[in-house]
Design a protein around this ligand. Structure first.
Ligand code: ADP
Length: 396
């Protein structure tokens, strides 16, 4: 079975084509600046020369058409025609309470996705455009929607409800949803597989540390708590997002500086986190370099970043009644030994003992104590392809 994975953003489309017999990636790429005269496709067929071209791309339908033509092109293609694509897996950001797992796309599902758009007005609409264009351009392929939120739908009410007027939940759907679910699920199951243990017996804390970052408590294979909330703004200190703050702060500053809700939304999402504390830097590589050079503000930023992670791991160990494994993943989690070391230093009380050499080498398993500390590269695209295959096989 060949599965095409599509991840449609507002002006970009990421794609990967897999042959599911051996989970082989056949090609990957991105179309950027959709809606512009100077859009760009970057395409990397596995084992062959990479290719890039600048050209006008009007909308998401044209972008998907361009991807299909590239995948089937006589010179650089990897398949002969689109009929070879058995299924398309679509990444969808928000499934609200409607979707507790991946689903085959139908007219009813599309309608529900539109209803969920109020929770993710920037993300769900381009996801929906991608699905509609795929239905049109690949009428014979099966289409499956895979949600960032679905893995967290196993949380109990005491984990997902905020201490706010209850009708905000019952009437408006305001609750913790959580994000990065495909990644948390993938690395948790991979950790159990690598350790040769049954995930149904394990308490795992998964730390997805990218530009956006979240931590999940995975008890016996299910998400029981997660740090992102109603939106991806809550939880850890991130590249440019504030994470947990006293909710009175934005109200106070809005009054004092006469800011609108939109102004404050921008500050909390794009000008806070590491960027806010260092006054201009969100790339963890540079913050680390400056940390080692002793630049005061960067030292503070990294310490603050680490402190927040430590607090969440401790909290989730308490929630689950102990922890068997801590998994680091995504850009920072996979590549930053100093972040992992500073986090683990503070978790010795849980039984965390880090092997410094293995940590410096980004090895899969890097602990010697009773709690396994692991670095597992996330692979959201493969996870979406596997989910897609699973949904289709379960239907037959
Ligand atoms: P996203 O998918 O959320 O955009 P990524 O998972 O690609 O994010 O992670 C991006 C982050 O990872 C950036 O802050 C980047 O600086 C950080 N990163 C990437 N490589 C390294 C590295 N070698 N050391 C430290 N941080 C790194």
């Amino acid at each position: 079975m060949k599965v095409l994975v599509l991840n449609c953003g507002s002006s970009s489309l990421k794609f990967q084509l897999f042959n599911m017999e051996k989970n082989d990636k056949l090609a990957a790429g991105i179309v950027e600046r959709i809606g512009n005269e100077d859009a760009k496709i970057k395409y990397a067929p596995t084992g062959r020369d990479k290719y890039a071209e600048v050209l006008p791309v009007k909308d998401h339908e044209e972008a998907i058409d361009l991807v299909l033509k590239t995948l089937c092109s006589p010179e650089r293609g990897i398949i002969r025609n689109t009929d070879e694509i058995d299924a398309v897996g679509h990444r969808v950001v928000h499934g609200a309470e409607e979707f507790t797992g991946s689903v085959p796309v139908s007219a009813a599902v599309l309608q529900k996705l539109k209803d969920c758009s109020r929770f993710a007005p920037l993300h769900n609409p381009p996801n929906i455009l991608g699905i509609q264009a795929s239905l049109w351009l690949m009428p014979f392929a099966r289409q499956v929607a895979v949600f960032d939120t679905a893995f967290h739908q196993t949380m109990e009410p005491e984990a997902y409800l905020y201490s706010l007027p209850y009708r905000w939940y019952s009437e408006k759907g305001i609750r913790r949803y959580g994000f990065h679910g495909t990644s948390h699920r993938y690395v948790a199951y991979k950790a159990a597989e690598i350790l040769g243990k049954d995930i149904k017996t394990m308490n795992i804390v998964t730390c997805h540390l990218g530009n956006g970052a979240s931590i999940t408590a995975v008890k016996h294979g299910k998400s029981v708590d997660t740090s992102m909330g109603f939106t991806p703004l809550e939880g850890l200190a991130m590249g440019t997002r504030c994470g947990d703050i006293d909710p009175a702060i934005p109200l106070f500053v809005m009054e004092e500086e006469h800011l609108s809700a939109a102004d404050m939304d921008k500050i909390l999402n794009k000008e806070s986190g590491m960027f806010g504390v260092t006054e201009g830097e969100s790339d963890m590589r540079l913050i680390e370099d400056n940390y080692f050079a002793g630049v005061e503000r960067d030292v503070l930023a990294l310490k603050l970043y680490v402190r927040r992670i430590v607090k969440y791991v401790g909290a989730y160990a308490a929630v689950m009644g102990g922890v068997d494994a801590i998994v680091f993943t995504a850009g920072v989690g996979e590549n930053s030994p100093v972040t992992r070391e500073l986090v683990c230093e503070n978790l010795a009380f849980l039984g965390v003992v880090l092997d410094k050499k293995k940590n410096d080498a980004n090895e899969l398993l890097m602990s010697t104590g009773p709690v396994a500390v692991m670095t597992i590269p996330t692979n959201e695209e493969l996870a979406i392809a596997q989910e897609t295959q699973f949904v289709i096989n379960s239907e037959e």
